[in-house]
Design a protein around this ligand. Structure first.
Ligand SMILES: [Fe+2]
Ligand SMILES: [Fe+2]
Length: 280
């Protein structure tokens, strides 16, 4: 009798990418991550395999996706403003779940050490928890993910770098996720002023774990540059200028960026402001 072959990691990634409902997507994501790590703990590993990830992941019918200019702005000091902020973060987290599974499924032609997959499966699992935490917080405030419109175009960086693993690492973890490290402390302060301990706890979890995602980006970017004898800083500058639209915005969280292996001479030259003298 033929035994069923284990699913490949790439197949599991595509299953997550093609699941539309947010909670269902994150449940499957966490289940697949647990399967991957159970095999690794047993001293084996699932095959990486190959798959055809969709150009764009499946998403729920709600929220309505609008051009960023058309998403209404609300005052962050009001309860409605805080709900809008959490809704925007939930949207970013759901996008991040898909981004981490996409990098697993899309670049299987490039042979990578198993640690590359460990890092992105772990990140996808953490992003799934982040999305669930934001949904729990929205629901505690009698709202939900899908209640408000959200930014369209979050997937643009993924589409732009669909053929370029170095470009993907430069733009997604090392620019977009690093930006999260810059803005999260300010968000935490907004919820501290509102004495909202549930949200503060959730944002602190996100803040701590996102340092890891930026670090994985930096680690594998440097690794691939080394494989091809490329200068990482020059490559980073060229790829971000090519794929990322606009300048990087200070103030930068230099301490957390350093924790994540991002030195100032990587990001300051891409900003539209003069760096402090020590950064030259
Ligand atoms: Fe996250
Ligand atoms: Fe992340």
């Amino acid at each position: 009798m033929a035994t069923d072959l284990p699913k490949s990691l790439a197949q599991m990634a595509v299953e997550v990418l093609t699941t539309a409902d947010g909670r269902a997507k994150t449940a499957l994501s966490r289940q697949h991550a647990a399967t991957w790590f159970a095999a690794r703990a047993a001293g084996t590993s699932l095959p990486i395999g190959t798959a055809n990830p969709p150009l764009r992941p499946a998403r729920p019918e709600q929220p309505e996706l609008l051009d960023p200019r058309d998403v209404p702005r609300r005052k962050p000091g009001s309860p409605q403003g805080r709900i809008a902020l959490l809704h925007a973060v939930a949207h970013i987290e759901l996008n991040a779940v898909d981004l981490h599974w996409d990098i697993i499924a899309r670049f299987t032609d490039t042979e990578m050490p198993l640690g590359f997959y460990d890092d992105w499966v772990k990140s996808a699992d953490e992003e799934s928890n982040h999305f669930n935490l934001m949904c729990d917080n929205l629901e505690a405030k009698e709202s939900f993910y899908g209640a408000l419109p959200a930014h369209a175009g979050m997937w643009r960086a993924a589409e732009d770098t669909a053929d370029d693993l170095l470009g993907r690492l430069a733009v997604v973890p090392m620019v977009l996720e690093a930006r999260g490290l810059d803005v999260t402390p300010g968000m935490i302060r907004i919820f501290q002023q509102a004495k909202d301990t549930q949200t503060i706890e959730a944002l602190n979890t996100i803040y701590a774990e996102e340092v890891g995602h930026v670090a994985y980006g930096s680690k594998w970017f440097n690794y691939l540059c080394g494989r091809h004898a490329l200068d990482p800083k020059e490559q980073f500058h060229a790829l971000v200028r090519h794929y990322f639209h606009g300048a990087l915005k200070p103030p930068f969280n230099e301490e957390k960026r350093a924790d994540a292996g991002l030195p100032p001479d990587f990001y300051w030259p891409l900003s539209d402001q003069t760096p402090p003298s020590y950064a030259r």
